[in-house]
Ligand binder design. Sequence first.
Ligand code: 1CP
Length: 343
Amino acid sequence: MKNSKFIKALNLQDNSTPPVWFMRQAGRYLPEYQEIRKNYTNFLDMCKQPKTCAELALQPIDRFDLDASILFSDILTIPDALNLGLAFHEGEGPKFSNPISSPQDIKRLTRFDVNSLDYVFKAVEETKKILPNNLPLIGFCGSPWTLAAYSIEGGGSKDFNKTKSFMKEHPKELHEFLEILSNACYEYLRQQVLSGVNALQIFDSWADLLLENELEKFSLQYTQRLTSLLKADPVTSNIPIILFEKAPKIKIDDLVFADISCVSLYWQEDIDRVAKKLKNQYAIQGNLDPKVLLESDELIWNETQKICSIMSEYPGFIFNLGHGITPDINPSKVKVMIDAIRQ
Ligand code: 1CP
């Protein structure tokens, strides 16, 4: 694994061409994904089939020969394990039938039992069995804050107003919930590592809901709690951690901390500026705007090469998108981008 381009980059070693993988590289934009997906009404039922997860994780690797694979699962498995009743209904995003609506709901929460997520750890094992040798597998979780936001909101939302009110009205109980989630994320990632993942990514996908003074208090503090637990544990202490923050109100270069090996830059970040600040300290992953993949081949080629040329002297550069691939992307456009990186 040490010789994989992806792991080398995470260790700030140079590569002749940057390693490449994409957030949401498996998913609805791929016809071979749709072919399997149509056998399930509820997406979560599909996530509970370890062999199917392995097959889905492998699809983008087979198609594009990427440098890293990511576990096929979802960040919302943890709130589901806390009995919030997750389902993905036809044509809708995630919905919790039993969301956190009051402080009492937090007091009443069932204790997190990592074994209830055994289907995820089996998926890791199955994926490792069929991945090419030396191809790293990334495990992941949502940040405690992002998981809390979904749990309180009861699903996805444009404005997350319920979450914002809960934060104002019940900060103490929210902190208790964030602590529960931090410990759950730690146990969850630890077990993913024991099952075979080679790197970890933490998705703080709703960092942008928080104002500058709230971000530290409600999100970073708990992500740091999680990473310090991982770093103190011999099972996980050597596993590189990648942090994705979506549009944080604190500058990303002021926000990263020593437990992190790599920052995954949101597409709005100025990669040139951040690279100058973080050089020789952190690997950087990013950050083409996924919407560029809706444009002409020529534009995709140019925008991809622009990023590669800015980062050509940066030890530890990993090409990625600045957020996940969306279902409206044509896979042939992804190929254009990969050719531009490897040219
Ligand atoms: O109907 C379908 O086919 C389900 C679509 C889908 C897929 C393919 C969902 C529902 N989740 C996933 C897989 C997934 N989710 C992966 C593994 C696949 C891969 O990356 O190749 C990963 C890493 C995630 C992580 C995830 N889930 C995040 C963090 C990344 C990000 O996009 O910021 C988030 C926020 C989720 C929640 C979620 N799960 C699914 C949807 C549609 C959403 C977003 C809900 C919303 O807020 O609107």
